[in-house]
Design a protein around this ligand. Structure first.
Ligand SMILES: Cc1ncc(COP(=O)(O)O)c(C=O)c1O
Length: 497
């Protein structure tokens, strides 16, 4: 594939302007009476912009003649004999009931019994649309409007449900990447995407991160020094809130610069955001890339956003969704129509039944509750780390999500000024019955790393202390065995939570 070009994104670029509260506002490139600002409609990238982005594989997928017709079977009064749908009266489920919590923390204990019946039960039990049951998709579009200020009408994007965000994410990579294509990835990166890049034989270029998320300056540096023998990158993969594994949330300033670079260098931003609703920082959250690209004057259509219900409703339901430029979402749906056919109707109907019962305000109360639980766990975990790992590790406190990424202050390995956490975590910690993940799992080249990813989500809070005590004892042993003394002897700076 030739590098994606063809759209002069500079024409409408302006320096981002922010309100006093830091939230960007829509600006225009010095509109005049002769050149009024472009409307949202005019800023949307045309469908053919994506021709160069879609992979050869995506272009080879044929539409399923049956799946195409499924939406028509909902036309009132239609006499449908087209599809091999199973006879619904043979399904043994007469009614499904579920008991759910009140969304609000104060009333959490008050439960309600919901029952799936009528059309919702029919939907739950039968095959349905490839991209999701329409009433559920509509509800989710309303959610995107509420949290990101985006509407599908007139903005060139479509929403499609998947079996978890991982499902739509991997289908997006298949739809966008050919062998030899280049992707920009945060380093460290969510381990779940590394095998996909390897399978697709892509060139993954790492961009450094720190406690404030992706380093936009490093991204610029990588782009400016792009190797001549590599194809220009088609996309950046980033997890901007409570990143897995670093726990970092990208600041507004960094997001703005990344968006500016995406427009300038014409790469897509794949915003993988399963921890968006688990934001518990002290300051108002920065907007998503999906929101920013509409709010900041310039072309709209560089962002493909991935959401997940795994961390807020249930991971076993396997529900996530993608919101992105229609040609890309159509390509994802084509992969679905030849693989899983569709996400589970059952899970969608259960989620829809709950969400429509709560409404958007109830959903907000629920996610506030969830974020509050994680914040409390974060505080307790950070306190346990401070008690035991002070001087033995360094870390930053996350403001979203469930991960702490910490560097063990181990004796350096040959050729490096850092230690290697792998043996400590994989062998010694397991022997002492502490389970964590060594940093090496999160680098595309599997390089050695002194870092460890710990999650404070499932371990009972009263065991945080013991887990950190055991880890600290191991690190002390390793240091003693290496004949070393204190953290300062190791030549590293120790920072506090
Ligand atoms: C960054 C990231 N992306 C995607 C996923 C997959 O989520 P889902 O359960 O929605 O497939 C995870 C799960 O841990 C994750 O951390």
């Amino acid at each position: 594939m030739s590098p994606p070009t063809g759209y002069n994104s500079d024409t409408q670029m302006v320096a981002p302007v922010t309100h006093d509260d830091g939230i960007p506002m829509v600006t225009s490139s010095s509109p005049t009476a002769e050149h009024p600002p472009l409307t949202v409609d005019e800023r949307v990238l045309p469908p053919n912009f994506y021709d160069d982005y879609l992979s050869d594989t995506a272009k080879r997928y044929l539409p399923s003649p049956i799946r195409k017709v499924i939406p028509l079977s909902r036309i009132p009064g239609i006499l449908s004999v087209f599809a091999g749908l199973p006879a619904p009266e043979t399904f043994p489920f007469q009614q499904l009931t579920m008991t759910v919590s009140h969304p609000d923390t104060a009333n959490r204990h008050k439960s309600t019994t919901l029952s799936l019946e009528g059309d919702v039960l029919t939907d739950a039990l039968q095959y349905s649309e490839t991209g999701g049951i329409p009433r559920f998709v509509d509800w989710l579009c309303g959610l995107q409007e509420r949290y990101h200020g985006r509407k599908p009408e007139g903005e060139g994007w479509t929403l499609s449900v998947g079996c978890g965000s991982q499902d739509v994410l991997s289908k997006a990579f298949t739809s966008l990447l050919d062998e030899g294509d280049s992707v920009l990835v945060e380093a460290p990166v969510y381990a779940g995407v590394i095998p996909i890049f390897a399978l697709l034989k892509c060139h993954a270029a790492e961009v450094c991160t720190d406690a404030s998320g992706i380093l936009a300056d490093d991204l610029e540096h990588v782009l400016q020094n792009w190797p001549k023998d590599k194809r220009r990158p088609k996309l950046l993969y980033t997890a901007p809130y409570g990143c897995n594994p670093t726990g970092a949330s990208a600041t507004l300033e960094r997001r703005l610069k990344v968006l500016q670079l995406a427009r300038k260098h014409n790469f897509l931003i794949l915003e993988d955001d399963p921890y968006f609703y688990l934001y518990y920082g002290d300051t108002p959250r920065p907007p998503s890339y999906f929101q920013l690209e509409k709010e900041i004057a310039g072309p709209i259509g560089h962002v493909v956003r991935f959401d997940s219900f795994s961390k807020i409703l249930s991971s076993g339901m396997r529900l996530g969704f993608v919101s992105g430029p229609t040609p890309i979402v159509n390509a994802i749906n084509l992969v679905t129509s030849s693989s899983t056919l569709q996400p589970s109707s059952f899970s969608q109907a259960v989620a829809y039944s709950l969400l429509s019962h709560w409404g958007y305000d109830g959903f907000q109360q629920h996610v506030d509750h969830v974020a509050g639980v994680y914040r409390r766990k974060r505080d307790l975990f950070a306190a346990a780390m401070r008690r035991h790992l002070e001087g033995l590790a360094e870390w930053a406190t996350p403001e979203a999500g469930m991960f702490v990424w910490f560097k063990l202050l181990l004796p350096p390995v040959p050729g490096s000024d850092e230690g290697d956490s792998e043996d400590v975590i994989v062998r010694r910690a397991l022997k002492e019955k502490v389970l964590a993940l060594p940093g090496t799992s999160f680098f595309t080249n599997g390089r050695t790393s002194a870092y460890v990813r710990a999650s404070f989500s499932v371990l009972p809070e009263e065991q945080f202390d013991e887990a950190m005590r055991r880890l600290a004892a191991i690190v002390k042993d390793v240091r003693e065995e290496a004949g070393r003394g204190t953290g300062s002897d190791l030549g590293v700076n120790v920072s506090r939570v």
